[in-house]
Design a protein around this ligand. Structure first.
Ligand code: KG4
Ligand code: ZN
Length: 330
């Protein structure tokens, strides 16, 4: 079963063909991040326009790389939300037209849930498990009971972890997206001993809070203008520490063997190393997707689409994108 995945929820136009929910035949990501960099963040109107121009080339390149004709596609899966309305509309409209023309099933998937399925591209996911999603817009902890059954345990009360990186990077005069820039700068410096506060919520809470990080970075940047690398390292350290603490707290409560991480921030090397260390300490098996499948891509969309297809789910031809699409209510 070959599923063509389409992703256009933010500033990446992506297409991929995945066989049986696991084997990637081809995956392409055309990013408008460099263009968005001029504006210091994603401008929805610009993102939508870029998707219109990139979507056909992205799909064509993917099919060429997979050495497949479009008629060999068995189903089309598309990100339905959450995301920017105009951006989602491009992917959803394209996917509907293609599925209708090919007379093949169409599956609309949740972008956040799709991030978790980047793990299924490596080996079958073993459920139940704990799952942590850390992206530019979300920081959420889930009890992942079974395919299609997630319960939200905790989430950020303010900024997402990725946002903390992006805002911190802006304060330090770095480019967008901020995460990779912070990681590069932190790796280039030495530990100069700065420490940022790690927000601690009530003992029972599995929520996160990152809104204090930006102010703390601003403060350090004013006091130590020549130590941007040290400040970047401190920012990275604080965000990762908060995430490890949150997962540890949840893990002690539910006590499962498997922990799945996903989302753009999990591309971060320090985060990956710290979670592997934590897994060793707790004898938990920590799964993290390959770096290139942590950030937005369509292989994860196709992987989730495959599972939904097997469960008999279809997207109605008169359905549209769903810009607000919470995950984890059951
Ligand atoms: O999952 P993603 O690609 O898009 C969303 O669904 O939001 O996540 C993007 C976020 C951005 O905030 C970006 O700064 C962050 O992931 N990110 C990173 C790294 N690569 C991307 N954060 C820290 N370290 C990285 N290497
Ligand atoms: Zn994403």
């Amino acid at each position: 079963m070959r599923v063509l995945g389409i992703e256009s929820s933010c500033d990446d136009t992506a297409a991929a063909v995945v066989e049986d929910g696991r084997r990637i035949l081809a995956s392409r990501v055309l990013s408008s991040a460099r263009l968005q960099q001029q504006y210091g963040g994603v401008v929805p109107e610009v993102a939508a326009r870029e998707h219109v121009m990139a979507i056909v080339p992205a799909v064509q390149e993917t099919l060429r790389a997979a050495a497949m004709s479009v008629s060999a596609v068995d189903a089309v899966a598309v990100t339905r939300g959450p995301g920017l309305s105009g951006a989602l509309l491009v992917g959803v409209t394209f996917a509907k037209a293609l599925a209708a023309a090919l007379k093949k099933p169409l599956i609309g998937v949740n972008h956040l849930e799709a991030h978790l399925y980047a793990n299924a591209l490596v080996e079958p996911v073993e459920l139940p498990a704990l799952a942590l999603l850390v992206s530019g817009g979300h920081t959420s902890l889930f009890w992942w009971q079974d395919h299609g059954h997630l319960t939200l345990l905790g989430e950020t009360r303010d900024d997402a972890a990725g946002e903390a990186f992006d805002k911190g990077a802006r304060v330090l005069g770095l480019g967008y997206p901020g995460g990779p820039e912070i990681e590069r700068l932190a790796a280039a410096g030495i530990d100069t001993g700065h420490r940022l506060p790690v927000a601690r919520l009530g003992a029972d809470s599995l929520d996160f809070s990152f809104s204090g990080v930006k102010t703390a970075v601003q403060d350090l940047a004013r006091r130590y203008p020549d130590d941007r690398a040290g400040i970047a390292a401190a920012l990275q350290e604080a965000v990762v520490k908060a995430l490890v603490l949150g997962v540890d707290r949840a893990w002690r409560r539910v006590s499962v063997k498997h922990v799945y991480l996903a989302g753009g921030v999990t591309a971060n090397s320090h985060l990956r190393a710290e979670f592997v260390k934590w897994g060793g300490d707790r004898q938990a098996t920590v799964h993290i997707p390959p770096r290139e499948y942590c950030t937005d891509n369509a292989a994860m969309v196709a992987a989730l689409g495959y599972w939904r297809l097997k469960q008999g789910e279809r997207m109605a031809m008169d359905a549209g994108p769903q810009a607000l699409f919470p995950l984890g209510s059951g």
